[in-house]
Ligand binder design. Structure first.
Ligand code: PLP
Length: 330
């Protein structure tokens, strides 16, 4: 039995989703990361019960940090983007977390830099607050160790991990900890078009951005040298993946999962000797109107294939794949 709901929410399921494909399915992925990070900070005396933890978030990290603070008797202050919806806003309020939401902005870069500026102001006025820096502090890798060990214990043979890259902590940590046990593990990262993280800022996606993955500013938690392959996937293709995953495997997950599923199917097709584990970071609830209600217009995934590109200037919608070969960022 768990002592707190955060322990239950943080524990993912491993679910088969087709031949050689395994879905690592979280209800809210970052709970496992925030919990371990907070426990590490408490254990090392960096923070104490009653302290306030501060960070900026576009959604699931806010919830994760609020749960971790609730579990361990800390206060939580979030500078959120407009993507924080009412369901989350109300829960944060009842959980006792303070949310400051930034005004709407169509410009991701403006939104991100505005949030960082506000965080700095809050720190100036409250020097005792601890800034979690989920995008930069590798304390956020720790929680995925146990998840990686579980995968290693349940999946036989060579493994490829496929996951969306936002802060980089989940995919980077899963590959790092898995490789401690299984050095043959390969890692494919999934990006939206327009993201600077692996250099696609010159290709714009005409539809909405995929929440949680990609960035308009560089993140210290992304370790480029862990990635063998990168897929850039546009909204429309991710929608097709999300709808197909629900239709065929009854997994109701978000857009970054749809994109990861599409990439995972492709990796498995190229390397049928491997089991491909793809990350489902959140459930589909936030995407009902923008994604699942549009299920009739979803393109059949069997008809989708990535452009095989060898350089970033060849990147093209709706989907591109490039060997990254564990390079550092040029
Ligand atoms: C829905 C969703 N998918 C994937 C990710 C990427 O996870 P990470 O930040 O560990 O790279 C995030 C992060 O916010 C997310 O919200």
């Amino acid at each position: 039995m768990d002592d707190h709901i955060a322990d239950a929410i943080g524990r993912p399921d491993l679910v088969r989703a087709g031949d050689g494909l395994v879905c690592l399915r979280f209800e809210t992925m970052k709970v496992v990361s925030a919990l371990a990070a907070v426990e590490h900070l408490l254990g090392t005396g960096v923070v104490r019960r009653g302290d306030t933890l501060l960070d900026s978030s576009s959604g699931i990290y806010a919830y994760a940090l609020a749960l971790a603070c609730h579990r361990h008797g800390l206060r939580c202050h979030i500078v959120g983007s407009t993507t924080v919806d009412e369901t989350l806003r109300v829960q944060l309020a009842v959980l006792g977390a303070r949310l400051e939401q930034m005004p709407p902005s169509a410009d991701l870069k403006l939104d991100q830099s505005r949030r960082v500026r506000r965080v700095r102001e809050i720190l100036r006025d409250n020097p005792g607050y601890h800034w979690m820096r989920q995008y930069h502090d590798d304390v956020h890798y720790l929680g995925y160790r146990e998840v990686a060990h579980r995968i290693a214990g349940e999946v036989d043979g060579p493994v490829t991990v496929v996951g969306g890259v936002g802060s980089g902590a989940s995919s980077g940590a899963l590959a790092t900890y898995l490789r401690d046990r299984l050095p043959s593990v390969e890692l494919a990262g999934v990006q939206p078009f327009g993201s600077v993280t692996f250099g696609s800022e010159h290709v714009a996606d005409p539809e909405i951005i995929i929440a949680g993955i990609g960035s308009s500013i560089p993140f210290g938690n992304v370790r480029h040298r862990l990635y063998d392959t990168i897929h850039w996937i546009g909204f429309e293709a991710a929608l097709a993946g999300s709808v197909h995953l629900l239709r065929e495997h009854a997994v109701f997950a978000g857009l970054s999962t749809g994109a990861a599923y599409l990439a995972a199917r492709w990796e498995r097709r190229l390397r049928p000797d491997r089991t491909v584990v793809f990350v489902a970071a959140d459930t589909g609830h936030r995407y009902v109107g923008t994604v699942f209600a549009r299920h009739a217009e979803a393109r059949p995934v069997a008809g989708l294939a990535p452009h095989a590109v060898t350089a970033r200037d060849e990147l093209a919608l709706p989907w591109s794949r490039m060997a990254w070969n564990r390079a550092s960022f040029p």
